[in-house]
Write a protein that binds this ligand. Sequence first.
Ligand code: SAH
Length: 228
Amino acid sequence: MLFARIFTLYPEFFPGPLGKGLYGKALAEKIWKLETINIRDYATDKHKTVDDTTYGGGSGMLIKPDVLANSLDKNLKTKEKIIYLSPRGKLFNQEMAKKISNEETVNLICGHFEGVDQRVIESRNIEEVSIGDFILSGGESAAFVMLDAIIRLLPGVLGNETSTEEESFENGLLEYPQYTKPQIWEEKTVPDVLLSGDHAKIKDWRLSQSEAITRDRRPDLWQKYKKN
Ligand code: SAH
């Protein structure tokens, strides 16, 4: 079972889409578990202040280190993995999703305003992870993205166990085009090879399509693939 703990100023966002469909079912079956911690509950003054101005100037506010550290210290048991969703972090990818899906616990901190005080990142050994080169208003949508990618890898979540094995990134390539019924739609038919029943030929066709698409759309992946 994967235990995901979310530190957020907006606990009401969760589980949101992660509580529905297959993921909701997996939650009920205890394949994964979610706990949402409201960072504001760990503020120490009577106004429940969570943020303050930035030293050195700048218009933005930061989440205070004492409040965030308090929320972590009161909830984390042992040495658990702590991730702060941040545009400055290591870029999230399928490999990272797989690694985290093998952990027992993952803690995700959703930032807001301009982010969090640097000292808490260092003192609590927090890893920074980004979901892409763009700026969001808060870490919650990034946490949804990460958890979505992670949860579908947990055994028993997807009906068809093999369905995660042939997808984009699994072999370093993007996925080949796929077709379903009807065989002719708006006068377009599906590629003949897929109707041939020749499994070796189909495999070759799919690989060559994957290679062409990757070369065209993702030169970065293509360079890596060619090296291996
Ligand atoms: N001042 C920061 C951006 C703050 S955005 C900087 O320039 O790096 C506010 C919050 O949104 C962040 O604390 C973070 O938790 C979240 N966030 C924004 N963009 C993100 C991204 N690409 N990946 C993950 N989290 C992100």
